[in-house]
Design a protein around this ligand. Structure first.
Ligand SMILES: *[C@@H]1O[C@H](CO)[C@@H](O)[C@H](O)[C@H]1NC(C)=O
Ligand SMILES: *[C@@H]1O[C@H](CO)[C@@H](O)[C@H](O)[C@H]1NC(C)=O
Ligand SMILES: *[C@@H]1O[C@H](CO)[C@@H](O)[C@H](O)[C@H]1NC(C)=O
Ligand SMILES: *[C@@H]1O[C@H](CO)[C@@H](O)[C@H](O)[C@H]1NC(C)=O
Ligand SMILES: *[C@@H]1O[C@H](CO)[C@@H](O)[C@H](O)[C@H]1NC(C)=O
Length: 580
């Protein structure tokens, strides 16, 4: 049964994979959202994030847009606070996070904290009194969910976030880069442009004008007209060159002191028709790194990409070849740091499946970030192994008023500790708990369990069992076997606290992953869904579930399901109209 449900979840997901485009603009700390100068519509985060509090900056930077005037700060001391989004496994995405301190707390003390995506360390964010700090990463998504988390690393320094953008990219856009690694943007330059170039047709990448160095000259020709893949023509209409062939064109320096790998993507296009020869090569640290001489074509573009190792003394420059009559020239360049580690595959899939089922049954537990990663930032109620693909080693769901039969944890073979004491679990103790190969401690004390202890557990000397405080459980002597069979058919499907046992149709869709939601409608469906989850997650401890379980749960869940269904219908008719 459990396996079947999971299969359905995955199948439903496949439908999403085909068509969905990730496109989220989140105006953190804002209720209503906003529209930016480029026409992008931003939504507030009130409905998708109930942790933290919203704040407004005190000093608005002259150049900052209203999106950056609000922020959400997390003072709760949670391990990590995550924004979660439905994603397409295997797709390349761009994620941009912005941080505008703006002295919101009046302390003139901009904090430092960690930024994470999908269980990976992304970067350390060092916020500033007077500057907006933005980090951008592009990577190939390994799961069906994207989570972007901020995490406190220094005492008294509370993480915050001002804006978050997620966009699908064509999977072949940085195809010469190793797709197992993330690319962290260092710079994206439109040489010779006099303003930022930012177009929705260009995945909303932000091309900034170069600050011209001494002896550098800019060109413009907006009559150019040719088809170019993966780049707006606007970015190629300008170029920068030097005054003479003996001047090298220095493109980048100022790398970190340790050796890092950078991925470079450069575009060369002759802005005007020239009769003289222009030919040059790419130098990294006085070494010619070009495969062949670069001769920029007129009314066309040459694209060069590569990955090189650099450090603090490194410079990246263009150097004219001896037979060149004209100095080197460049139109556009993107420079990325390649992540030190591969993008993680995340916690073991078997554990994720079992946890997903548990979370389906207990929405209050829902969290789409990786349970175990990054290593020191696990969920509060699990412990994990240190493996590259971690296993969950302990579950601590204590004092939570969890009801129904005990959850199916049979696939969580890494478990050493299962601590479910002080809940309201009913039914029998499942046989397979005793066959979990690593189980050392099973604490089921203070529940409402019945039947007898399976011999797989009672005869297993490795397991320290605690079942005190279960008055109907037969722990010794002769047990009445009639009661032991009552619940064995439906392990792992606890009923929701407060849900009626008969009459009403069982709701199966608290988990967004399990519902077939068409593309484009993911935002609102997911938003309304998470609104509910987070509403119930005011406190992180499982103990807070008591409040969450009272009445409200059912009602809101119904409402969400209706929303999703309506949207499915709308989308379906929309598709039909298009086809007819
Ligand atoms: C490029 O040159 C034009 C005039 O030739 C100038 O107006 C513009 O500011 C220059 N752009 C940059 C980025 O220096
Ligand atoms: C950078 O250059 C300085 C001075 O030339 C030298 O002392 C230092 O070792 C160099 N660093 C690296 C990483 O090569
Ligand atoms: C992720 O899984 C793939 C396929 O199983 C494997 O090739 C790759 O090495 C794994 N990556 C990491 C970081 O473990
Ligand atoms: C059991 O959990 C409830 C609710 O969190 C708590 O009030 C109570 O003190 C707990 N009992 C024990 C014995 O821990
Ligand atoms: C069983 O667990 C309960 C709750 O954690 C604890 O109070 C009790 O001392 C434990 N009993 C034994 C024998 O370990």
């Amino acid at each position: 049964m459990a396996k079947l449900i999971m299969l359905l979840l995955l199948l439903a997901l496949c439908n999403i994979l085909v068509s969905a485009q990730v496109k989220f603009y989140i105006d953190c700390g804002s209720v209503l959202g906003n529209t930016d100068a480029y026409g992008n519509i931003w939504q507030g985060d009130l409905l998708i994030m109930s942790n933290g509090v919203s704040q407004s900056v005190q000093s608005s930077n002259a150049d900052s847009d209203p999106i950056l005037d609000t922020l959400r700060v997390f003072t709760s001391g949670n391990n990590k606070n995550c924004y979660n989004f439905v994603a397409n496994k295997g797709e390349r995405v761009l994620v941009r996070a912005s941080f505008n301190y703006g002295n919101y707390d009046g302390k003139s003390s901009p904090p430092t904290f960690d930024l994470q995506f999908d269980g990976n360390f992304w970067t350390t964010v060092e916020t500033s009194n007077d500057k907006v700090v933005t980090h951008e990463v592009t990577y190939v998504v390994k799961r069906d969910v994207i989570s972007v988390c901020v995490a406190q690393t220094k005492s008294g320094q509370f993480p915050f976030i001002s804006a978050l953008e997620l966009l699908s990219m064509d999977s072949d856009i940085y195809s010469s880069a190793d797709s197992n690694y993330a690319l962290l943007l260092k710079s994206r330059v439109a040489y010779g442009a006099d303003a930022i170039i930012r177009l929705p047709t260009d995945y909303d990448r932000i091309w900034t004008p170069a600050i011209l160095g001494r002896g550098q000259i800019n060109f413009t020709d907006d009559s150019l007209n040719f088809a170019v893949q993966d780049l707006p023509l606007e970015v190629l209409q300008n170029a920068v060159t030097t005054a003479s062939t003996s001047d090298n064109l220095i493109l980048a320096s100022g790398f970190p002191s340790n050796v890092v790998s950078v991925y470079i993507s450069m575009y060369f296009s002759e802005p005007t028709e020239v009769t003289e020869k222009r030919s040059f090569v790419i130098y990294v640290d006085n070494q010619d790194e070009s495969v062949s001489n670069i001769v920029p074509p007129y009314n066309d573009v040459e694209h060069q990409t590569g990955t090189v190792d650099v450090s603090s003394n490194s410079t990246l420059s263009l150097v004219a070849t001896t037979d060149s009559a004209l100095p080197p020239l460049i139109n556009a360049m993107e420079l990325f740091y390649v992540s030190k580690d591969q993008v993680t595959n995340g916690t073991h899939a078997d554990d994720l499946e079992a946890l997903a089922l548990l979370q389906t049954a207990y929405p209050v537990l829902q969290d789409y970030s990786d349970p175990c990663l990054p290593a020191t930032f696990t969920w509060d109620w699990v412990e994990c192994s240190n493996d590259a693909t971690p296993r969950v080693t302990a579950l601590h769901l204590v004092g939570g008023y969890l009801t129904g039969s005990l959850p199916d944890l049979s696939s969580m073979v890494g478990l050493k500790t299962i601590d479910l004491h002080n809940n309201s679990f009913t039914g029998v103790v499942p046989d397979y708990y005793g066959t979990l190969p690593n189980l050392k401690e099973l604490n089921l004390a203070d529940n409402k369990l019945s039947g007898s202890i399976p011999t797989s557990i009672s005869k297993n000397k490795n397991i320290k069992l605690n079942v005190t405080g279960n008055s109907d459980l037969c722990t010794s002597g002769k047990c009445d076997d009639a009661t032991t069979t009552s619940n064995t058919d439906t392990p792992g499907f606890p009923t929701l606290p407060g849900s009626p046992s008969t009459g009403k149709k069982k709701k199966k869709t608290p988990l967004i992953l399990g519902t077939t939601i068409p593309s484009g409608l993911l935002v609102s469906a997911f938003v309304s869904f998470l609104a509910w989850v987070h509403h119930k997650r005011k406190k992180t401890s499982v103990a807070s579930m008591h409040n969450a379980a009272s009445g409200l749960g059912e009602a809101v869940m119904d409402e969400i399901e209706v929303n999703i269904e309506n949207q499915v219908v709308d989308e379906a008719s929309h598709v039909i109209n298009q086809h007819s």
